[in-house]
Design a protein around this ligand. Structure first.
Ligand code: TA6
Length: 285
């Protein structure tokens, strides 16, 4: 345990396989670097906020229990209310294979009930090894069913956005949200980025790859229980308008998000659970 940026409590993990940094605020992985890898897998903004009530720009923020704007239009925060508040450490464990497992969680309180009137137990299991495995587990501890949308809103570090591409999405339709729009389009070939990109891909498979020519590496993203994926880069103008990003940061970040978004809404019955899984692995060459 360390006092991290802004004095926030964080867990630093260092093993022969990898190092990682986890913020208890927001229950968020901020950094993951496998052994032998010169660069972090994740982008973390040098201007990120580290304070209660604010989201941390970078790493793998958790959007929950809704992705994007308040689905009921009541002015509640975008991407839900768990990425800007303190979580709890539930357990830390050294696994037999040398991986480290950290479980963080958040349960409903009168404060969360005032925002979202449901009883829940939310857990994130973070397993750090040759790959990084994130499982977000929602349990309905109340008496009524509820629905959620959610995301690992992960910021990946790229060497040069103009030379990066995402494969695994060819043939998928997507909702194009760039410029505030919402039109359905069809993806042909790999996704390349030379302007604002803000897309929700529909009916996706479970493996996507970021091919980062500048860093000479690929990041393989595998998912479970996710039928949608988001690709986001703010590009120059939006990045400039964001107080927690440096002007040039858009060249070095790419969000590829494992989600249940758009039509991929999940219902959780009383006593039931929903598990969203994302795994990240660096593949060289
Ligand atoms: O996931 C993409 C997105 O929903 C974009 O539409 C963009 O608004 C971004 O997330 C917002 O992220 P932020 O962390 O700045 O609230």
């Amino acid at each position: 345990f360390i006092a991290g940026n802004g004095g926030l409590p964080m867990i630093q993990v260092k093993t022969a396989k990898a190092k990682a940094l986890i913020s208890i605020h927001a229950g968020q992985v901020l950094s993951y670097q496998p052994a032998g890898e010169a660069e972090d897998v994740m982008f973390l903004s040098a201007k990120a906020y580290y304070q209660d009530g604010k989201a941390i720009k970078g790493g793998a923020p958790i959007c929950w229990p809704w992705f994007g704007a308040d689905p009921e239009g009541k002015g509640r925060p975008g991407h839900g209310f768990v990425r800007n508040r303190a979580w709890n450490v539930i357990a830390t464990e050294a696994l037999a294979n040398g991986d480290i497992k950290v479980t963080v969680g958040l349960d409903d309180t009168p404060e969360t009930q005032a925002i979202w009137p449901h009883a829940f137990s939310l857990r994130q299991e973070i397993v750090i090894g040759d790959s990084l495995n994130l499982s977000l587990i929602t349990r309905n501890t109340g008496k009524e069913k509820f629905t959620i949308t959610q995301a690992f809103h992960t910021y990946f570090k790229v060497g040069d956005i103009s030379r990066a591409k995402v494969s695994g999405l060819a043939g998928c339709d997507y909702l194009d949200k760039a410029g505030g729009g919402n039109t359905q389009k069809h993806q042909t070939g790999d996704v390349t980025i030379d302007a604002e990109v803000d897309r929700i891909y529909l009916n996706v498979g479970n493996t996507l790859t970021i091919d980062d020519a500048a860093l000479n590496r690929c990041i393989q993203i595998t998912s479970q229980n996710s039928k949608t994926a988001v690709v986001w880069n703010p590009w120059e103008k939006i990045a400039k308008d964001m107080a927690d990003l440096e002007d040039h940061d858009y060249q070095r970040l790419l969000c590829v998000e494992t989600t249940n978004a758009a039509d991929d809404v999940r219902e959780v019955a009383p006593g039931g659970e929903c598990r969203l899984v994302a795994s990240y692995r660096v593949v060289r060459g």
